[in-house]
Design a binder for this molecule. Structure first.
Ligand SMILES: Nc1nc2c(c(=O)[nH]1)N[C@H]1C(S)=C(S)[C@@H](COP(=O)(O)OP(=O)(O)OC[C@H]3O[C@@H](n4cnc5c(N)ncnc54)[C@H](O)[C@@H]3O)O[C@H]1N2
Ligand code: MOO
Length: 408
């Protein structure tokens, strides 16, 4: 066993990808009303045109547009009213030059109509005659068949998260159910003799379990589910038995704490006891988060995250989230903004540094100042709005520089 044979984030992501090349999440069908935030599991093509027929976008009169040319308030065009289009019914009208038909908003465009004059630009002279006061152009106030969605077009790609807007598209296509990826099942284990749960008495020396709650939130946020959560003492057999059980009922096991090289740090040994592959990463060149372990047990990923709360959350974002995104074909754009740095601060050369920042909006320009604190302090994250990623070759950030800030 090698201690902290550190690799870069990119290498760790690649090694994880390579070790889980054949690892797949299954698909399931869900009703579209239950699909919000789920991830589409296969490309969706439209089997219809939307709209399926040419429709008016206003309440008005369908005309042959040439009949409106030259029409003004003082010299209106006069047209012969044939009747009106009924909503929800196919129209049988067919007009020729000199004719018009009343069409309500959304009504079907009759044959011969190539524009719709808004009702406010017309006046009925009598039951059968209409005055038009304004010229219109070709296709004005008409949405044509397939303008919204074309039949056979690729309308939603695999990996798209279902938003309310996507739900609307699915409804437009008449899809009651949609194939989505099954939610990745996580099991979260916090380790440490000192760790107690939120409902336990906080005697001196004990530490409340922060990590499994922070990680729980992150799992939910990326679309996963937590199938188990526990606190295990620094005891090899107990931790191994818990990981063994966790691997049977989940897709991914997260262990926080015990990932360093102390005498009571059993995470490495436990992960390495599964499968032939065992541990394939021990140590990341990232700050915070160096003592990270990645391994394989029963063909499933096991991530040993550092015990310090900020480190466990940062490593989740840096390694686990991209792994899930890749497996579910999710192509997300990380929410980020540009901000002016208003304070000089150093990085840790040779490591990718995640620097937490506080943001201030000064008349539409964002300014970022570093949040200082240790990775054991959860408030370092909760009081920051984002973070800057400094590359290993950088020495720091200078006041006045413009940087991308990833939002928390
Ligand atoms: N000799 C070395 N020692 C350490 C190194 C190193 O490179 N060489 N790295 C340090 C770094 S960086 C970190 S981060 C920690 C990570 O160590 P572990 O993963 O073994 O974590 P623990 O020792 O179990 O805990 C560290 C710290 O965090 C608290 N903790 C743990 N779990 C939780 C939890 N679920 N909720 C809240 N707080 C938790 C724990 O009580 C400790 O205070 O190693 C350094 N050491
Ligand atoms: O992962 Mo550690 O938090 O760099 O202190």
């Amino acid at each position: 066993m090698k201690f902290f044979d550190v690799v870069s984030i990119e290498e760790a992501i690649k090694l994880t990808k390579d070790n889980f090349r054949d690892y797949r999440f299954q698909l399931e069908e869900v009703h579209i009303l239950k699909s919000i935030d789920r991830v589409v599991g296969e490309d969706i093509h439209s089997n219809i045109d939307v709209p399926e027929f040419n429709r008016s976008t206003v309440d008005g009169y369908g005309i042959n547009i040439i009949d409106s040319h030259g029409a003004t308030d003082s010299i209106p065009s006069i047209l012969n009213i044939l009747g009106q289009v009924k909503m929800g019914e196919e129209t049988k009208y067919s007009i020729k030059s000199g004719d018009t038909v009343y069409i309500p908003t959304g009504g079907m465009i009759p044959k011969g109509v190539d524009g719709v004059v808004m009702i406010e630009n017309t006046e009925k002279l009598d039951q059968d005659s209409l005055l038009i006061y304004k010229p219109i152009s070709q296709g004005e106030n008409i949405i044509s068949q397939g303008d919204d969605i074309k039949k056979n077009s690729l309308i939603i790609r695999e990996g798209r998260k279902i938003t309310p807007e996507v739900m609307g598209v699915l409804a437009a296509l008449g899809m009651e159910k949609v194939k989505v990826y099954k939610q990745p099942k996580f099991y979260i284990i916090s380790t440490g003799d000192e760790i107690i749960d939120i409902d336990e008495e906080l005697n001196l020396g004990k530490v409340r379990d922060i990590n499994s709650y922070g990680l729980y939130g992150l799992v939910k946020k990326i679309g996963g589910q937590v199938v188990g959560k526990s606190i295990i003492k620094d005891h090899y057999e107990s931790l191994r038995a818990e990981v063994d059980k966790a691997l049977d009922i989940s897709d991914i096991v997260l262990i926080s704490g015990g990932s360093s090289v102390g005498t009571r740090d059993y995470t490495y040994k436990v992960i390495d006891s599964f499968n032939e592959e065992g541990v394939f990463v021990h140590g990341l060149s990232i700050k915070p988060g160096k003592p990270t372990i990645i391994g394989k047990g029963k063909d499933k990923p096991i991530f040993g995250l550092p015990g310090h709360p900020v480190s466990s959350i940062i490593v989740f974002k840096a390694i686990i989230e991209p792994f899930i995104n890749e497996k579910l074909s999710i192509n997300t754009i990380k929410p980020k903004i540009n901000a002016i740095i208003d304070f000089n601060f150093p990085s840790s050369p040779g490591k990718t540094t995640y620097q937490m920042v506080k943001l201030v909006d000064k008349e539409g320009v964002f300014f970022a100042s570093p949040s200082f604190g240790k990775s054991g302090m959860i408030s370092l994250l909760s009081e920051s709005q984002g973070y800057i990623i400094l590359e290993p070759k950088e020495e720091g950030v200078y006041k006045g520089e413009e940087r991308e800030v990833y939002l928390l």
